[in-house]
Design a protein around this ligand. Structure first.
Ligand SMILES: Nc1nc2c(ncn2[C@@H]2O[C@H](COP(=O)(O)OP(=O)(O)OP(=O)(O)O)[C@@H](O)[C@H]2O)c(=O)[nH]1
Length: 333
């Protein structure tokens, strides 16, 4: 763990759980493919950017691995605590020993003590005192290192908690966070009949964009769309990356008419952007999205809602893309 963290510091890699997982696996030497991929990048560039580290995580780790990062942190913390306890115990033992030695010295401090004996005793006390001081210093150094390590683990754990619900590419909520909110909000709506609307946004002809400009440019476009949504919808709405090039927005306490208006505004804003490739400045052409909009009907359940909004997106695509389509209410539920 210490080696992974010190290498991450050396390469200025943020200590996120994903990056940690990559570097831990690298220094542990367990994954030959990952080691080869990292060695290639290091040989080419001399270092590894945060972005490259994230890409390696996406390439080599899945959700299982993410869980294994947590297990790893737990194990490291356990080991660290054992080490700290050993340091503390050895400190207690050595101070017990010093206490005994000093008691012995004190007893030899008799009224008829000779000059030579007194001199010897002073030497012994000096040696014992130095021993105590150096043991104390070693303990305090070791404990300071342990404190730093615990703080690193704490940060890692905090970020891991946040990242468990966050999509790595866009920083939006991920599918798991969306599913949790959807379940909670539909249950609330079943209970109190509040308005709940959902928008499903799908990139238009994204395959063609990826093929023409490459996946990194496609990723950049997905980030732009996510940012546009975040900037337009500040507040209580949940914006999530639903799949590769699909986004979902949950609008609680929002009528269908307002949800359609929000979708229409986002659609127009995205279509109105004039994006260019960062490297060549070549225009990317018009980037458009299609929206499905649905209002939750109390009792239908989240699966039915998502199926209806999915069909609405399909209709929007059929209508020529770059459009918003409303889902009809559920027929049977
Ligand atoms: N760059 C990038 N592309 C992605 C990502 N996830 C999915 N895609 C791509 O999105 C494209 C989706 O293609 P399709 O489902 O055929 O749809 P489309 O080309 O957008 O066409 P329509 O939806 O019919 O307008 C595929 O090429 C995927 O590879 C991602 O994270 N990054």
């Amino acid at each position: 763990m210490r080696l992974a963290i010190s290498m991450m510091k050396k390469h200025s890699i943020a200590t996120t759980p994903a990056n940690y997982a990559v570097w831990f696996e690298y220094v542990s030497g367990n994954n030959a493919d990952l080691m080869r991929a990292m060695d290639d990048v290091l040989a080419q560039h001399g270092s590894l950017t945060d972005q490259q580290s994230k890409q390696l995580y996406e390439q080599f780790f899945d959700r299982e691995k993410d869980r294994s990062t947590l297990l790893q942190i737990r194990k490291e913390l356990g080991n660290l605590l054992k080490q700290v306890l050993n340091v503390v115990y050895s400190g207690v033992n050595s101070s017990d020993n010093s206490h005994y030695q000093l008691q012995q010295t004190l007893q030899r401090l008799q009224p008829d003590i000779s000059r030579q004996q007194l001199n010897d005793l002073i030497q012994e006390v000096l040696i014992e005192t130095r021993l105590i001081a150096s043991a104390g210093e070693a303990i305090s150094n070791r404990l300071n290192v342990a404190v730093n390590e615990v703080e690193d683990l704490k940060k890692l754990l905090e970020t891991s908690r946040r990242e468990a619900n966050i999509d790595m590419l866009t920083g939006l909520a991920n599918r798991k966070a969306l599913d949790d909110s959807l379940t909670r909000l539909t249950q609330q709506a079943d209970h109190n009949g509040m308005d709940l609307a959902v928008l499903l946004c799908d990139m238009d002809s994204f395959n063609a964009l990826n093929e023409k400009h490459g996946q990194p440019v496609g990723d950049q476009v997905l980030r732009m769309v996510a940012e546009t949504m975040q900037n337009s919808l500040k507040g209580r709405d949940l914006i999530a990356r639903y799949g590769g090039e699909e986004f979902v927005i949950l609008l609680s306490d929002t009528t269908l008419a307002n949800a359609k208006m929000i979708a229409e505004n986002l659609r127009a804003e995205i279509a109105g952007k004039h994006l260019r490739r960062k490297d060549t400045q070549e225009p990317l052409g018009m980037i458009t999205v299609s929206f499905g909009v649905a209002r939750y009907t109390a009792g239908e359940g989240s699966d039915s809602l998502m199926q209806r909004v999915d069909r609405a997106v399909f209709m929007a695509k059929k209508n020529g893309r770059n459009s918003v389509c409303e889902a009809p209410p559920p027929v049977i539920f």
